[in-house]
Design a protein around this ligand. Structure first.
Ligand code: FE
Length: 222
């Protein structure tokens, strides 16, 4: 789903009967808003460095690692599930997961975020956590207690919602869970803006940027 553009140009057959594999690569999808749209919670400088340097680097590295292999013809999600748990493929997994996670993170935020979730999501929040305040508390606690780099997720686990945190690049898809939204808690996501005050970054997101509509849409998808 995150392969925004497919390069479908076939390399011409050089020798009759033989053809080279289709050239394709994973692309960095455009941000869904401008680089200053998340201010003041996330500055344009943070977003610029995060998107143009960190996210791009994961996508470029992934392409370098898989070009010419069967993995290059998979979707990003297929690829990360294919290599997950294989120590010899850890570098590919980490870059693929980070490419996927960041694309999902950009969509988990919106300049018009925060507020009250749509009805279908709100009902499930009340079923799973009692109320929105309790969900916010769980997200904050998970984010603050994550030791080192990682991600905080709202996922669908069977019929209920769950908050979980993952280390480094890890993605809940590997555990068979359905991600609804995520927050990046690597220091590069907030350090330029609030230094080491991760809780302040999380509060800013929950108050102003979290995209409940995106989570609700993911809930409705298959
Ligand atoms: Fe990041």
């Amino acid at each position: 789903m995150h392969r925004a553009i497919e390069n479908t140009t076939d390399i011409p057959t050089l020798i009759p009967g033989l053809s080279r594999a289709r050239a394709s690569e994973f692309t960095l999808a455009p941000l869904p808003y401008s680089e200053n749209a998340l201010e003041p919670v996330i500055s344009s400088r943070t977003l610029q460095v995060h998107y143009r340097k960190h996210h791009r680097s994961y996508v470029d590295t992934l392409n370098r690692l898989v070009t010419g292999t069967a993995l290059a013809d998979m979707s990003l999600k297929q690829l990360l599930l294919e290599v997950a748990g294989r120590p010899d493929q850890a570098l590919i997994y980490n870059n693929a997961a980070q490419a996927w996670n960041h694309a999902f993170y950009w969509q988990s935020l919106t300049p018009m975020g925060g507020g009250i979730p749509p009805q279908n999501l709100r009902a499930l929040i009340e079923y799973s956590f009692v109320d929105l305040a309790a969900l916010r508390d769980q997200i904050t606690a998970a984010a603050v207690s994550q030791f080192g780099s990682g991600w905080v997720w709202l996922v669908l686990d069977g019929k209920s919602l769950r908050v979980l945190k993952t280390d480094n690049a890890d993605n809940p898809l590997v555990q068979g869970l359905k991600p609804l939204l995520t927050i990046d808690v690597w220091e590069h996501a907030y350090y330029l803006d609030v230094e080491n005050r991760r809780a302040e970054y999380i509060k800013g997101i929950l108050d102003h940027l979290i995209n409940w509509d995106f989570a609700a849409d993911n809930l409705s998808l298959g």
